[in-house]
Each structure stands twice: as structure tokens, then as C-alpha cells.
Ligand binder design. Structure first.
Ligand code: ATR
Length: 277
């Protein structure tokens, strides 16, 4: 008897830190269960998921490239996942698959854990990027009451599509991808969030100028490898508050663990250190 069987479905998955997180919590809370890496290429997704159901899995996380495709395989997808356009967490109960999205929670909880007194309502948020991660970030910001989101992406059509698909297109404005942004715009920005893959190990650098950004503004990079990206180093030098990305990975794992094991786990310093934070 293996207890609660869970895992991560993606392609590739071998690099994932999620097993460290879930296995830590299973041990920490004295539970019994597994968290397995399930590598499924696109053409095997449907049969692979059917197999998990047949084998008695209680649920699973979903990562690249299946977060959209898995929606069609779920029996139910909640409203938040539909708005974000992606499922990253599935619970299996009585042979039915329930899909949700915990990236929104991960994004905002990580920020609140680091800067508990942060007031989202004080000014616009500049969001860099319009991919899958940006959708969750934008939804989180809207839910936290950010007055306006300024969305800047290399491919303008992707930014337009994100705005159109969002729950409140009227609160999002597209900015050209042409840093430096005007100092008038930058002086109003209350937070900057990088959701692109730029600055990640092995990817090109993120070339964005923070000139004109107020000292009160917060800078959040969801890239976590490296932990201290050039954007965050630069921001810290300028005296801005910063939030690193590793906590988003940790916090997004919490609601899934709760769904499967019935315990809302905490992000401890020990766990943060274990995943390189
Ligand atoms: P994720 O799901 O992690 O967000 P994604 O959907 O592939 O991944 O999105 C990656 C983001 O990084 C996009 O905003 C992408 O910009 P485009 O929409 O123009 O592709 C951005 N990005 C990746 N490489 C980039 C580069 N060299 N210059 C500018 N933006 C880049």
C-alpha cells in the first residue's frame, strides 16, 4: 500500500523540483504517499492519464507542454482555470477528473509571504511577457485589486489575445516592448513583474531599464534559476523591494497537496533551502 498516489505529468519532467516539495510535506506531516514523475509526450497524454486513473492515482500536477491540452481530458474545470486558460492541478475522485489552477495562488501568496504589508491598490503593475505564466500573474493581480495592468510583450498579438481573454480587459493596457519605457510611465508603476523566460540560465538576458521607477516600487521575477536574476540584482542596487521566483513554485504546490492529502502545508525555511531558495 503506497498511500496517496500523486505525481507530475509533463514532458520533460526529470528536472522538476516538485518531488522534493511533495515528499518533504508527506514526511513532515506524517502521511503516506508517493509523488511520481510521469513523462508523457503529447501523443500519449490521453492514454497516460487514463492509466493513472486506472492505477488509482488521487491526482497530479501538470506542467509544460500539457497545461492547456489536459483541460479537454478533465470532467470538470473550475472557473479560475478557465479564465487562466490552463490546468496545473488535477484531483481524481470516483473516476472523475477535476482540474484547477494554483499558479495564481502561488504568485500572490509568494508575494504576500515576502512583503506582507504590500498594498496592490497603490498603482499600476508593469507585467513583462504574455505567455502562460503571464496569464496566471495577470489574473492574480486583478483579483488583488491592482488598479491597472500595463502589459508589455515582444509579440504584440499575444498581449492583445491575453487582454481579450482576461476577466477584465478594461483594466489592462498594452505597452510597446521597447524598453526604456517613458519616465512618466515608469514613475507611476508600483510593481514590475517579469514573466518571460529572459534572464533564466541558458536564455538571453532581460534587457529592461528601470530608470524612473519609484523607490517604493516592488520588483518580482518569476524566474528562479538563477534565484538572483540580473533584474533583481539591479533592483536591489536601486533600493527597490524584490521578490524572487522560487516561492511561487513552492506556494503553487500547496493547494494541490491540500486537495490530495487534506492538509494545507506550510512553506518552511528548511524546504525553501532544499529547493535552492
Ligand atoms: P510560459 O508558459 O513560461 O509563460 P511561454 O508561454 O512560452 O512560456 O512564454 C514565454 C514568454 O517569454 C513570452 O512572453 C515570450 O514572448 P513572445 O510572446 O514574444 O514569444 C517571452 N520571450 C521568450 N523569449 C523572448 C525573447 N528572446 N525576447 C522577448 N521575449 C521573449
Amino acid at each position: 500500500m503506497t498511500g496517496t498516489r500523486t505525481g507530475l505529468v509533463g514532458h520533460p519532467v526529470s528536472h522538476s523540483k516538485s518531488p522534493i516539495i511533495h515528499e518533504y510535506w508527506i514526511k513532515h506531516y506524517g502521511l503516506s504517499g508517493t509523488y511520481e514523475l510521469i513523462d508523457l509526450p503529447c501523443e500519449e497524454l490521453a492514454t497516460g492519464i487514463r492509466r493513472l486513473k486506472d492505477e488509482g492515482f488521487h491526482g497530479f500536477n501538470v506542467t509544460v507542454p500539457h497545461k492547456m491540452a489536459v483541460m479537454k481530458l478533465c470532467d470538470e474545470v473550475d472557473m479560475l482555470a478557465r479564465i487562466v486558460g490552463a490546468v496545473n492541478t488535477v484531483k481524481i475522485k470516483d473516476g472523475r477528473l477535476y482540474g484547477t489552477n494554483t499558479d495564481v495562488f502561488g504568485f500572490t501568496e509568494n508575494l504576500k509571504a515576502h512583503v506582507p504589508d504590500f498594498d496592490f491598490s497603490l498603482g499600476p503593475a508593469l507585467v513583462l511577457g504574455a505567455g502562460g505564466a503571464a496569464r496566471a500573474v495577470v489574473q492574480g493581480l486583478l483579483m488583488e485589486g491592482v488598479p491597472e495592468i500595463w502589459l508589455s510583450n515582444r509579440t504584440a498579438s499575444k498581449a492583445e489575445a491575453l487582454i481579450e481573454h482576461s476577466s477584465e480587459p478594461g483594466r489592462i493596457r498594452r505597452l510597446e516592448w521597447n524598453s526604456p519605457y517613458s519616465s512618466e510611465d515608469m514613475s507611476q508603476v508600483h510593481m514590475v513583474i517579469n514573466t518571460t523566460s529572459l534572464g533564466m540560465t541558458g536564455k538571453p538576458p532581460l534587457e529592461v531599464s528601470l530608470d524612473g521607477l519609484s523607490q517604493d516600487a516592488l520588483v518580482y521575477d518569476i524566474v528562479y534559476a538563477p534565484l538572483m536574476t540580473e533584474l533583481l540584482k539591479d533592483s536591489r542596487r536601486r533600493g527597490n523591494r524584490i521578490v524572487t521566483g522560487i516561492g511561487m513554485l513552492l506556494h503553487q504546490a500547496r493547494p494541490g497537496f491540500k486537495l490530495w492529502h487534506g492538509v494545507m502545508p506550510e512553506v518552511t525555511d528548511e524546504l525553501t533551502e532544499m529547493v535552492g531558495g
